[in-house]
Ligand binder design. Sequence first.
Ligand SMILES: [Zn+2]
Length: 155
Amino acid sequence: MLQQGENCPACNLLGESVRIITVKNLVKDEYKTFIKDLEYRICLNAICDLVYYSVPHGVNFFKDQIRVPVWFKKDAYPKYACYCSKVQEDDIVRAVKEFGLKTVRDVCIKTGAMKNPNCTANNPLGKCCHKTIQKIIDDSLKPTKKLTKKIIVRR
Ligand SMILES: [Zn+2]
């Protein structure tokens, strides 16, 4: 049975479970006193301003109460791919497009991503950014839509 209140109280979509240590580290100091000893979830909806909420509901932390921009939320700036080393999405895209790198390992060496990782404390999801970096690389390697169109026209 679903525990009551696992959905985001703002947008009603199901959030992902996060550890309280992540919430404690990423909520701005002035809001830390509002953190109660409960379970927490993070809302993954890009257009929802709520980041962390408690289960059961009652404690909410919005984008402006978090110390870092949450990369998957709308208008996040800068867009960090790796929070531990402060490497931005643009840095990864550049490593792929300008330097022709294709693997997470090579991109990390070039950009300094995933050096001294402490993802539980630094990443809003409390997880390693490996998957996020892989996805940015995959997206950067895809041909642009314009290119696809040209190929279709030639046929
Ligand atoms: Zn939400």
